[in-house]
Design a protein. Sequence first.
Lengths: 230, 460
Amino acid sequence: MIKIENLKKSFDNKLALDIPKLQIAPGEALGIVGNNGAGKTTLFKTILDLLKPDSGYVSINDFHVNINAEWQQVLNAFIDESFLIEFLKPKEYLSFVLKVRDAKESVDDLLQIYADFSNDDINTSTKLIRDLSTGTKVRIGILSTMIGTPQYCILDEPFAHIDPTSQAKLRKLIRSKQQEGRCMIVSSHNLQNIAESCDRVILIESGCIKYDVEVSDDNIKMLGDYFEES
Amino acid sequence: MNRFYLKHHYLSIVRNPSFGGEVFAIILLFLFLLSLSPLIYSELENYVVNTAELFAATNGAYGLFLSLYISVDLILKQIFRRPTPKIKYYNLLGDFSHSISWQYLITSLFGILPFVFFMPCCVVAYKAATWFDWTDAALLIFWWLINHSLGIWSQFGHKRLNLVFLTLATTFILLQYFLSSFEIWRVLFHPLVVALVLPIVIYCAYSSVRKVLKQKVINPVQAKDPLFLGQLNFKNPLYQLEWTLIARNKRTRSNLLMGLLLIPIFLFNPVYRDSPDLLPMVYFIIINLVAIQHSLYSFGWESSYFDFLVTTISPQQFFIAKWNVMLFSCALGGLLCFISSLFLETNLFLLLLIFIYSVGVNIPLVLFRNHYHDAKIDLSENALFNYNGVLTGPILVSSFATILLPLAIYMVGNAVSDGAGGLALGAFGLVGVLARKQIILILSRKFSKRKLHLSQSFKA
């Protein structure tokens, strides 16, 4: 369980995050939506212990993230392309992550398992990651979070730079991983993508949770209306 | 004339993250050369008096001139390097087509300045070497000359090969005069043979190395087996990462190659070899060469994937891997010094003590210094503390701390009692080696505390 209590974070006296309570259960598929600057990435970075909150805490499986690093064993994340190691080739990077995660499968096994989501850009590319397109980088990042058997996966705007076909495949991938019992936490600007891949959706605005609802047609319409009116 | 281009050129200079560091280095070089002015002056005076009394020498004027000349040249190279692509970019914007010819003229003029300077520079450097009979100043000028030729080379972006060959040929012909000053080269080669053969040998060696690097590392598209990491196949992925970084970062690679080229120059130079105080300095430089360079650049490069590392790998694993890579590099440098010592009959025990000091003190020192950033790395800040300033700031601090500090200990120790300097170094080093586990633990704890800060610092 990921627990967030009284979490507050400000930048230059401007409140960026204010979440009194949030719980994310294992096996959930949680979508987070919000406008630019709403606080989605700030929330993720706080969960990943990349930002120190002004107050409150985040715990993963009862380990406070800033005190105990055990959470690193149960959580994979991809925030943006900067998480990738740019001077490695795609297969080298995946091989590196496999070794870091002590995963048993080989790179080829991994690419075989996710054959739908990987393509020649990744499978046979001999270019360094820095020379690849943003979409390909994002797909490599997403693949790397699938490595091993983490309880939780965090994907920050994974739909943003990938083509419509890959978006559809990603939606299916998120669903299938959730059905395997993995908790998938995904942010997006696109409500439709969240609606099709998640069970629960949170709307963040100015660092605060405005809505925390189950995915249903009515709720998605309500959230859509909120964005149109704001 | 439209000032748009000049204004933006100015901004690109002052906002270049490396600019502050390079200016600082130029000032240091300038001051060093200036401090040599009396020596340069006296040599020049002798030369002038002994030849045709061409100049009316004033006190230190020639030394000052030489210092200014080199400093200005370096600054110009920094400011006006490869300007034309920018011009083309501005032209593409379409707003300044009326003044584009002026801009081309200005940048072209600046672009050819290094070439205008090059020949007189060669003459000055050659004369200096002759006058000084291979003193420190001549070595410094030689170093600068290599740098200068590489700068000119880079102006062409490796495209105009004829001019590159011309530059290389000029440099290497000049080089053989310098090399022929060494006793060992005199024995092995006649200067004329060196002049003819050396450029060819060096070029062939360079092209072979480049071919291998290009196939395997620089341009992996051409490589048959794309898995460079797979080829290395270390059990610990962090070691693979460190070595791949060395191989694929052009700065680490070129600095390493340049450093390796310098090793024989230092080791076989009688000035250093026969001096009891300078030889330890040479040992320190060589043994710590890779450790300092790699540490600097690896920490700098980690900026791009720092978040991944700090959310995946424990600080202890991180530091153990770095320590071991540096230990290996120190051992390699130590081995080179050891081999040279067998031929040159130098003090092997001192070499051992310096190696121990390097492992026990310099490695933790460099590791500590290079992950230490107080402020967020912001491009609007002073360049020395900027994103790339991660490289330029620490390189100065690390170099002083890792070479000058132990030299001071060595000299003070020897002043107290003959041989005590080396023993003091060994003692300090031994403490560091024995306390390796604790030091890594301390570094890891400090790193963990600063992780949040560093994560933000690297993200600029």
